[in-house]
Design a protein around this ligand. Structure first.
Ligand code: CTP
Length: 402
């Protein structure tokens, strides 16, 4: 942790007293710690204790002129290598999940693009409440890492999940998160990934799209980054947040995506998880003008073929082609025979066949079969996060070979 910069946000819960010990652990490991103490947090630990342990001023007020003059809230959110929220109260989690920014802590959290680790702490009923669980799911989908809460006796006299993780466990989780960036098996590797659907314009207000949620691609981008890869995440329009610690490139159409992929090269590996539209409307009219409805007359559209991004990148000359090119095959029927034919046709190194006939598009789980020169490997049904982790580990292994 030597020289690393931690921004610790201390929320208002009895567990705040443990954050003092956490500061001590960070300082002992050589990290610099700055702290934001919420109004409620200051009811449990004093600014003086926090300041004495961090050897830094304590930041408390969004509108404090002295604080703002020394370090504005935007800068505060940017200087850290990692933001740790301990304790992360139900209120802080709710604010974060909904993007509220009505005090210094929540504003910093909304303004940051840094990795965030949170250590929730609250009464067991509050933890189990559907609202908290909804917020938790949202925060995890947004790429926020969580440690705890632990099960045990609580200050309020109840028993269950809600105790903040011990300072040592939070410290270890923070260290692992930071270490993943620089020392993971994929550190020094650049991997690009396409994800989500594409939108093909019909006119300025209408488009053709598909049901891809982009969740599998985002999960893969996140898993690669957590193994230390530099990730270029090229995504079509989606309703999910981009993972932290990746370079996000947002695109609309297949042609935009193709351009973005070429601009992101060179790469050590390229993964094509996007559901790219095969055709776009061959617009004859004025592309800035909405097509008007004409009673009894149906519009007729001509389509033209979009570039096949995966096939084009697979066919690049060796000096330009990423050494490992991975495609997906989204199939509703005859999954394996179709995928085998696609594997041959596209010229990629690996292909993940998945059956999209059920609720895979937009759902939580995925069942894939990996086709590679080593043969076919059918993975059991698992969460998209687990598919991503397994794939990232396999990629790390493949890229470590000379
Ligand atoms: N793909 C791509 N560019 C396209 C179409 C597909 O890069 N224009 C990639 C996808 O990202 C995926 C793979 O090719 O990795 C297979 O996509 P899929 O939609 O399953 O196959 P298609 O080639 O579109 O063939 P079909 O629609 O006939 O199944």
């Amino acid at each position: 942790m030597n020289g690393k910069s931690i921004l610790l946000i201390i929320g208002g819960g009895i567990a705040a007293y443990k954050s003092l010990e956490l500061i001590r652990l960070f300082k002992k490991s050589g990290a610099n710690v700055r702290a934001v103490l919420t109004k409620a947090g200051a009811e449990f630990v004093t600014p003086l204790s926090v300041s004495a342990l961090t050897a830094e001023p304590v930041y408390q007020d969004l509108f404090d002129l002295d604080d703002e003059a020394q370090m504005g809230h935007i800068q505060l959110s940017r200087i850290a290598d990692l933001i740790v929220i301990a304790p992360a109260t139900a209120d802080l989690m709710a604010k974060m999940a909904h993007g509220l920014a009505n005090d210094l802590a929540s504003t910093v959290l909304l303004a940051t693009d840094t990795k965030v680790l949170m250590a929730p702490a609250m009464n067991v009923r509050m933890w189990e409440h559907p609202a908290t669980q909804r917020n938790l799911a949202q925060l995890e989908a947004d790429g926020i890492t969580r440690i705890g809460p632990d099960e045990g006796d609580m200050a309020c006299g109840e028993f269950g999940f809600g105790r903040m993780a011990e300072p040592e466990a939070i410290f270890n989780a923070a260290r692992d998160l930071l270490a993943g960036e620089t020392t993971g098996p994929l550190s020094g590797k650049h991997i690009l990934i396409t994800s989500g659907p594409t939108h093909e314009a019909i006119d300025p207000v209408r488009y053709i799209a598909n049901r891809s949620s982009g969740r599998q691609g985002a999960a893969i981008a996140k898993a690669l980054a957590s193994l230390g890869a530099k990730v270029s995440y090229i995504t079509g329009p989606v309703n999910i947040a981009a993972p932290h610690s990746v370079t996000t490139i947002k695109v609309q159409s297949a042609q935009d995506m193709f351009r973005a992929v070429n601009e992101a090269l060179p790469a050590d590996a390229a993964i094509f998880a996007a559901a790219v539209a095969d055709w776009r409307v061959d617009c004859q009219g004025d592309e800035n003008r909405k097509i008007k409805k004409q009673k009894g007359r149906m519009p007729v559209f001509n389509f033209c073929e979009n570039p096949d991004i995966l096939a084009s990148i697979s066919a690049l000359p060796t000096n330009k082609r990423p050494p490992l090119v991975i495609g997906f095959a989204a199939e509703t029927d005859h999954v394996l025979p179709n995928a085998r034919a696609k594997y041959k046709r596209k010229g990629c190194d690996w292909l993940l066949a998945n059956d999209v006939s059920g609720d895979v598009m937009g759902g939580d789980n995925n069942q894939v079969t990996l086709l590679s020169p080593d043969g076919e490997e059918s993975w059991p049904l698992m969460s998209k996060d687990d598919v991503a982790k397994r794939l990232a580990t396999k990629i790390a292994k493949a890229l470590s070979k000379p």
